[in-house]
Write a protein that binds this ligand. Structure first.
Ligand SMILES: Nc1ncnc2c1ncn2[C@@H]1O[C@H](COP(=O)(O)OP(=O)(O)OP(=O)(O)O)[C@@H](O)[C@H]1O
Ligand SMILES: [Mg+2]
Length: 259
C-alpha cells in the first residue's frame, strides 16, 4: 500500500513580473518537484533568491503557481487555511492582544472559541514556558518569548503541516538552541509534517529527516540528502563523526551550486 504524500509539488513554475513594463520578469521557480512524506521533517536549503520563500508561500496558499501543481494531503492548495501553520523569522503577533488572546485568535476567528480551545491554549502556553506571561502584551515579551508565543498561536489550530521560513534566523545563539530543542521535542511527540527553510547547514542536519538543497535562481532540486541519524536527536549529536560527514555533504552540494 502506498501512503499519500503530505506534500506533492510537481512541475511548479513561478514568475514575477517586473515592477515597470521595462524591467524584466523574474523566474523564481522553474519545473520544481518535491514530495514530502506524512510526518517527515524536511529542510530546504539554497542560495539567497532561489525561491524557498516563494515555495513556502505557495504551500501556505498566499500565492498560486503559474504552472504545475501544489498538493497538500492530495488536495490542491487554493488559499490559506488553519491546517497549515506558518512561522516566519519575525513572529506574527497582534500587539494589542495579550499572549493568551493572540493564541486564541485562530479559534476565535473560526468561531471555535470553546472551553476546549481555551484549555488547549493554556496547555500550549505552559508547554512553551509562557504560563506566567499569558496576560502580557507582545512588547512585554523577549524575542525568544515572542517566538514561542507565535508557535503556540499556530499550534492551537492543530495544523497538519508546519511551514517555517528561517524561523530562528534572527535569534541569539542561546534562544536558537532552546527553540531547536523545543521544536525537536514537539515533532518527536506529534510528528507533524514540517517544511523548514534555513541557511544553517548544522540546523538542517540536526533537525531534518531529509535536506533538499536547491539550485540558484530559478530554483530546482540540486540534491536530496537523507539524514539517517538516530532519533530522538540531541544537540550533543552534532559532535559525532557521522554528523560532521553529513554536514560536509550538504555543504558540498551548496558550494557546488555557488561555484
Ligand atoms: N513578490 C515578488 N515580486 C517580484 N519578485 C519576487 C517576489 N517574491 C519573490 N520574488 C523574486 O523571486 C525570486 C525568489 O525569491 P524568494 O524570496 O523565494 O527567495 P528565497 O530563496 O526565499 O531567498 P532568501 O534566502 O534570500 O530568503 C527572487 O529573485 C525574488 O526577487
Ligand atoms: Mg526567503
Amino acid at each position: 500500500m502506498t501512503t499519500q504524500p503530505a506534500v506533492q509539488i510537481s512541475g511548479v513554475h513561478k514568475r514575477f513580473s517586473g515592477r515597470t513594463r521595462r524591467s524584466p520578469a523574474r523566474v523564481a521557480l522553474d519545473g520544481f518537484d518535491l514530495t514530502v512524506r506524512p510526518g517527515e521533517f524536511l529542510c530546504l536549503l539554497g542560495p539567497s533568491g532561489c525561491g524557498k520563500s516563494t515555495l513556502l508561500n505557495m504551500l501556505a496558499g498566499f500565492s498560486l503557481p503559474d504552472e504545475g501543481s501544489v498538493l497538500v494531503d492530495g488536495e490542491p492548495v487554493t488559499g490559506p487555511g488553519p491546517d497549515r501553520g506558518v512561522l516566519f523569522q519575525t513572529p506574527m503577533l497582534f500587539p494589542w492582544l495579550t499572549t493568551r488572546d493572540n493564541v486564541l485568535y485562530g479559534p476565535r476567528a473560526r468561531h471555535r472559541l470553546d472551553a476546549q480551545a481555551r484549555e488547549r491554549a493554556d496547555a500550549l502556553l505552559a508547554s512553551v514556558g509562557l504560563a506566567d506571561s499569558a496576560d502580557a502584551f507582545p512588547h512585554q515579551l523577549s524575542g525568544g518569548m515572542r517566538h514561542r508565543a507565535a508557535f503556540a498561536r499556530v499550534l492551537v489550530n492543530r495544523p497538519r503541516l508546519l511551514l517555517m521560513d528561517e524561523p530562528f534566523g534572527a535569534l541569539d545563539a542561546i534562544s536558537r538552541v532552546a527553540m531547536q530543542r523545543f521544536l525537536l521535542e514537539l515533532w518527536e511527540r506529534d510528528r507533524i509534517t514540517i517544511v523548514f527553510v534555513t541557511h544553517d547547514v548544522e540546523e538542517a542536519a540536526l533537525l531534518g529527516d531529509r535536506v533538499c538543497v536547491m539550485t540558484g535562481s530559478p530554483g530546482r532540486t540540486r540534491a536530496l540528502i537523507d539524514i539517517d541519524l538516530p532519533r530522538p536527536r540531541r544537540l550533543q549529536d552534532t559532535e559525532t563523526l557521522e554528523f560532521v560527514r553529513l554536514k560536509r555533504r550538504i555543504r558540498e552540494a551548496l558550494e557546488a551550486e555557488a561555484a
